[in-house]
Ligand binder design. Structure first.
Ligand SMILES: [Zn+2]
Length: 348
């Protein structure tokens, strides 16, 4: 659903961020909407209108979690709106446009977390503008939204041990001076279907407990963060043996393996050729031996040439092996050699 970052009638209903993890299929699903809409969609009602309903490989939300070490969410998204509420109405549009531009970029990034936060900030701004006692309302607006954007200030939502790949724990101590605000510790847990198979969590005030929930589940399920050997993407795997993220990368790897195999086969091929060639020489010499009245000196010279050929071939083979010469060069040389033998046999 497209959202416009302009002055408009605010959404009065509570819009929540719902996450459900599928352990079996290794998928995550994110739904954004009002509680009624989300519950209706979870029951299979496609007609329910949601801002977002997206399914991704397990871990995607953590792996792609927006990082904001420079505090851009607060500086470019929130601050202009706070200023807009404290200034005269002629200066407001420019400030709104500046914040709107930043938030709209985040909204369109396709990341549900960014989409949700951008929407929440703008919608809260629209609601706050309507308030009579703007100063107090503005303060509340900033406090609430900063709670939401706090998650972008953590170093990494994909917390894990790089050695073992096991999911870790989110350490939020650096975010607070004293006590952790209650809103950063609470999360709604749902079992929306009557068979109690599905488990969902719904976030509203803060993403921090959602991240903790996610990491804990991955850890409970004994999954590992892995980095794909082919494309470099992070993914979750059932064991450390998994090195590739998807069928696409598995296909790529198989193709690469085959190419390497063919390459090696081609490289080894010159050794084969040498052995074949030796057999050819032996056949010619044996034929001469069996020929009645074949001149003995010629036969001796043929045997001598064979020894010379073998010696030189071994020297050249070593060069190919050490990459000082190519298999092609060896092949070109070896096919010319038997002529020497045939010349001696013919007496020329
Ligand atoms: Zn991959």
């Amino acid at each position: 659903m497209e959202y416009q970052f302009i002055r408009q009638e605010p959404c009065r209903e509570k819009v929540i961020f719902v996450l459900t993890l599928d352990r079996k299929k290794l998928k995550e699903r994110v739904l954004i909407g009002t509680e009624d809409e989300v519950r209706s969609r979870l029951e299979g009602n496609e007609g329910a209108e949601l801002a977002c309903d997206t399914t991704n490989p397990l871990g995607t939300l953590l792996i792609r979690f927006d990082k904001d070490p420079e505090g851009n969410w607060n500086r470019l998204g929130l601050a202009p709106l706070r200023d807009a509420m404290h200034t005269n109405r002629w200066e407001q549009p420019a400030l709104e446009q500046a914040a709107g531009k930043f938030l709209s970029g985040k909204y369109q990034s396709g990341e549900p977390i960014c989409q949700y936060t951008a929407f929440r900030i703008w919608n809260a701004y629209l609601k706050t503008r309507e308030k009579r006692r703007r100063e107090i309302a503005c303060e509340k607006f900033i406090t609430e939204m900063a709670r939401l954007t706090a998650a972008f200030r953590i170093e990494n939502a994909m917390e894990y041990d790089p050695e073992s790949g096991t999911p870790g724990r989110l350490d939020t101590r650096s975010l607070y001076y004293r006590r952790t605000p209650a809103e950063h510790t609470r999360l709604d847990l749902w079992f929306p279907d009557s068979s109690r198979r599905m488990e969902c969590v719904a976030a509203y005030d803060s993403f921090l407990p959602l991240i903790t929930y996610y990491l804990n589940r991955l850890s409970d399920w004994g999954l590992y963060f892995r980095q794909c050997k082919v494309c470099g993407k992070f993914f979750l795997a059932k064991s450390l043996r998994y090195e590739l993220c998807s069928d696409k990368c598995r296909k790529k790897q198989a193709l690469q393996n085959k190419r390497e195999f063919d390459e090696r086969a081609r490289e080894n091929d010159y050794d084969h050729q040498y052995k074949n060639e030796c057999q050819g020489w032996r056949n010619v010499i044996n034929k001469a031996k069996k020929t009645p009245g074949f001149p003995a000196d010629r036969l001796a010279r043929m045997k001598e040439a064979f020894e010379g050929f073998k010696k030189e071939a071994l020297r050249r083979k070593a060069l190919v092996k050490n990459k000082e010469s190519s298999p092609e060069e060896f092949r070109n040389w070896i096919i010319m050699q038997k002529n020497l033998l045939l010349d001696i046999m013919d007496g020329s």
